[in-house]
Design a protein around this ligand. Structure first.
Ligand code: SF4
Length: 462
């Protein structure tokens, strides 16, 4: 276990060299100071050094998977979301199981290995629907890894299905065991946003708490499933909220390793962070700090006044908290990603978020602590609903990785390498005319193919 040296300045070279080697651990206070004060070039340098220490100098990875958003009906009303619909809305949908299987087939046809399947949190779907869906995928595509249902969905499953158990943890164990046994392999880290309650209460209306989110992942680890963690920043939060969020991920990863590490338990494999996308969202209509009547830019941003490293900040600390946003650009994104590499010493992979930031910033992320470019994505509906439209194919991702100075390699969900593209037949090296490769819109579900389906809800579905 790396040691913490809180008495040292975070700019101390010896401390940072220790972090690079995995011998020293940053305290939350040190990380906050780095996030606030260290120039981007230096922060990027140390994050790159740490990444090279963990992953070597040669290879950086990507995965071929497909996002499948099986429903857009959702009981929550997150203010940053442009995707959700109420049951009964004309464009509300639940994908029929056959349509989902067809999507998986299309993924397999292009060499994909994994689906990332998430809702909406639909109150009308019984537990048996999920079990049958997972069973159907496993029967037809036993080779495909199913990475599905984020922690907020599991918390709602407990509410919807009322499974047996005296505690939340017991109930989660019941539901997650059934879904694991039906064919669920791992749990994605969606819905992390920002864990600090003051922020979460403002932006994640009807969504689980940070503590509940972390509990779901701890149960997943107990059941031997790997997970990932996410953070969405660049809205109403303060910088200390970002560090508190990372600290929670690190602390619960320590717990998972201590509690289940010897018994084949799972762990958090990856951390991916991205800035809030404002288009079409209620939160996106909030004024930027400095644009509101009476805003004084010489004063701190309201989120920074409220945020504390223990996550206990209260909204009453600033009258404009939650009403002003501080959007994140490329520099802030790279700074935050670089810090995540340095702070999260026990998380294997740091993902670069090109879907939200665009290909070139995503590529720059590979020199700011990220080892992975994420997914060649056939489909994405949630961030595309909020206006993000970047889309890359395999050759383009490989070229971005190679141009950043690395050999691209396709990986699976466990981060094992499937194909190392070091030969002339690599997807990017086969391209003779790059003018044919232009950014495209991400696929968005056409309402025609996603009509609501009739659901029969059994009486004994838990
Ligand atoms: S972000 Fe997810 S949980 Fe929140 S409203 Fe949208 S679909 Fe629902």
């Amino acid at each position: 276990m790396p040691v913490t040296r809180p008495e040292l300045s975070p700019f101390d070279r010896g401390l940072l060299q220790g972090v690079v080697r995995g011998e020293a651990r940053l305290s939350p206070e040190q990380s906050l100071e780095l996030l606030r004060e260290m120039p981007l070039a230096e922060l990027g340098f140390w994050a790159d050094e740490r990444c090279r220490s963990v992953h070597g100098d040669a290879i950086r990875t990507y995965v071929i998977d497909r996002n499948i958003n099986y429903t857009n009906v959702c009981t929550a009303k997150c203010t940053f979301c442009a995707f959700r619909r109420d049951e009964g809305d004309s464009d509300a949908y639940v994908l029929p199981v056959e349509r989902i299987l067809q999507k998986v087939q299309e993924l397999v046809d292009i060499g994909g290995t994994q689906i990332l399947m998430q809702g909406g949190m639909h109150p009308g779907l019984p537990l048996s629907w999920y079990e049958e869906l997972l069973g159907a995928i496993r029967a037809r595509f036993p080779q495909v890894h199913v990475h599905a249902f984020s922690p907020p969905e599991f918390i709602e499953f407990v509410r919807f299905f009322d499974p047996p158990g005296a505690t939340l943890r017991d109930k989660l164990l019941h539901v997650m065991t059934r879904l694991r046994d039906a064919g669920l392999h791992s749990v994605p880290g969606g819905g992390g946003e920002i864990f600090a309650p003051a922020v979460r209460r403002k932006i994640g209306l009807g969504k689980c708490t940070g503590e509940e989110w972390l509990t779901v992942m701890h149960v997943a680890h107990q059941l031997g499933m790997n997970t990932s963690a996410t953070m969405m920043f660049g809205h109403i939060e303060g910088l200390a909220d970002r560090v508190h969020h990372m600290e929670q991920v690190r602390a619960w990863q320590d717990r998972a390793i201590a509690d289940f590490g010897r018994d084949g338990g799972g762990r958090c494999m990856a951390f991916i962070s991205w800035p809030f996308q404002r288009e079409n969202t209620p939160l996106g209509r909030a004024k930027a700090w400095g644009e509101g009547a009476g805003d004084d830019l010489s004063q701190p941003f309201p989120g920074d006044v409220v945020a504390t490293l223990d996550g206990m900040g209260t909204k009453d600390s600033h009258p404009e908290f939650g009403r002003r946003v501080r959007m994140s650009g490329s520099t802030d994104y790279l700074r935050t990603q670089a810090l995540s590499r340095l702070h999260l010493d026990n998380v294997w992979s740091i993902g670069s978020s090109w879907v939200t930031m665009g290909p070139l910033v995503g590529q720059a992320g590979l020199r700011h602590g990220a080892n992975d470019m994420g997914s060649v994505m056939m489909e994405e509906n949630v961030v595309s609903s909020a206006g993000t439209t970047h889309c890359l194919n395999e050759a383009e991702i490989c070229r971005l990785i190679r141009d950043a100075g690395f050999v691209p390699a396709q990986r699976d969900n466990r981060y094992d390498l499937l194909k190392v593209h070091d030969g002339a037949d690599s997807p990017d090296l086969r391209v003779t005319d790059w003018s044919q490769h232009r950014p495209r819109r991400l696929h968005v579900e056409a309402p025609r193919e996603t009509k609501p389906i009739a659901l029969t809800v059994g009486a004994n579905d838990h």
